[in-house]
Unconditional design. Structure first.
Length: 402
């Protein structure tokens, strides 16, 4: 795909993925999904070009500069360096920017000015592929509009993106009707149901349920396998009261006979003092949540502590195929303090935000989980298609609780 050519052909589906995805419902990994992912990748590059100009970066890049140096030169907030580095990495993909690494510092230099972004035309292409892409496109635009103010410290990303206008955009994005997001819920749900299918009585804890789209897909998968009667208790936690009430209203309507319980849980504080009992659950479940824990090993250990001796942690996560590979969902999240202000570790968490499958495997092992597995085979898929960003990770607790 040549992003510089207005008449570039429409995006092609990646080859030979059916072998890896044969266990999932065909509508989940559809031709429209792949076209939509390619569109979002391209659209985020065009937004990066637009932001390059809006942030007055071009004149500073006639010399080699790192993101930290640029933040200093332009009086940007130091924490904006993470988002700025992403913008510059996206520009490297266009060929108008080059990068080099010296002493663990990545620097950038402008080779030539980029083309004029074609956001309106690409939005039209995205809506032609699937009208539900409006949810992701709207949120990408909304997030990008705050970058200059966040860079200069005039607004906080969290306050801006979760303001009154932002809430409805997030609800539309985290929705099973949104093609590019719903896939995250399916891979986690199917892995969880496969791990729980032989148990006669199930106690489930979900962490960070948001507005309930992951809960909805999990229950649908249990229902389709005839396993709903096995659920003795399903505790759904979400710290945001607005999202929690919305999820409760919708799921109680769909499953009036199910033992659903609702609560709050801060994954960064000890879970036992928040009313979650030690060794109580067969399944701890979370979709796109644990990557924002301040101390990843702490949160993984807390999850293991509330599992029964043979219980499973299953998480769905947006995965980075390769280390340092920029991916389009980051544009929406990386100006959030909750996304970037985390403890990093060279082995299991070298960067804030999204991790590779290898990082998650190592993190699960460090936290004492066994039989760790990533599904689908994202390491195999990335060799064929490097824009596959969806996966689920599971690990079994084999410790004995006192």
């Amino acid at each position: 795909m040549n992003a510089a050519t207005p008449d570039a052909p429409l995006f092609k589906a990646p080859p030979r993925l059916a072998h890896w995805l044969k266990d999932y419902p065909p509508p989940v990994f559809s031709e429209h999904l792949y076209q939509s992912i390619e569109l979002m990748e391209r659209y985020s590059i065009e937004l990066a070009i637009d932001l390059l100009r809006r942030l007055d970066l071009i004149d500073q890049l006639d010399e080699w500069r790192s993101a930290d140096e640029l933040c200093h030169l332009l009086s940007f907030q130091p924490r904006f360096s993470f988002a700025l580095d992403w913008i510059l990495q996206r520009l490297v993909e266009t060929g108008c920017m080059e990068a080099r690494i010296e002493r663990d510092t990545r620097s950038y230099h402008m080779r030539h000015a980029p083309w004029q972004p074609e956001l309106e035309r690409l939005r039209g292409v995205g809506l032609d592929i699937d009208p539900t892409n409006a949810a992701t496109l709207d949120l990408l635009d909304h997030a990008a509009s705050f970058y200059p103010a966040v860079a200069r410290g005039e607004q906080s990303g969290d306050h801006s993106l979760f303001g009154p206008q932002g809430i409805s955009l997030w609800l539309n994005y985290f929705d099973n009707g949104n093609l590019t997001y719903a896939v995250n819920n399916w891979v986690g749900a199917m892995l969880a149901v496969n791990r729980m299918s032989t148990r006669f009585r199930l106690r489930i804890l979900e962490v960070g349920a948001g507005a309930g789209s992951a809960s909805e897909t999990l229950l649908r998968c249990f229902d389709e396998r005839g396993l709903l009667p096995q659920i003795e208790c399903y505790v759904i936690t979400e710290p945001n009261a607005f999202f929690r009430r919305r999820a409760q209203r919708e799921l109680a309507k769909q499953y009036p006979d199910l033992a659903l319980e609702w609560g709050t849980l801060d994954l960064n504080l000890p879970w036992d003092v928040q009313g979650v009992g030690s060794g109580e659950f067969d399944l701890v479940y979370a979709v796109n949540v644990l990557h924002v824990s301040k101390d990843l090993l702490f949160s993984l250990n807390q999850a293991r502590s509330v599992l029964k001796g043979d219980g499973w942690l299953v998480i769905g996560e947006c995965l980075r195929p390769y280390v340092n590979q920029p991916i389009y969902p980051e544009l929406m999240f990386q100006i959030l303090e909750s996304f970037t202000e985390v403890q990093t570790d060279p082995e299991i968490r070298p960067n804030p935000g999204f991790l590779t499958a290898g990082h998650w495997r190592r993190a699960f092992a460090h936290a004492g989980f066994e039989r760790t597995e990533v599904a689908p085979d994202v390491d195999g898929i990335r060799e064929v298609y490097p824009h596959f960003f969806t996966g689920a990770i599971c690990g079994r607790n084999t410790s004995h609780h006192k």
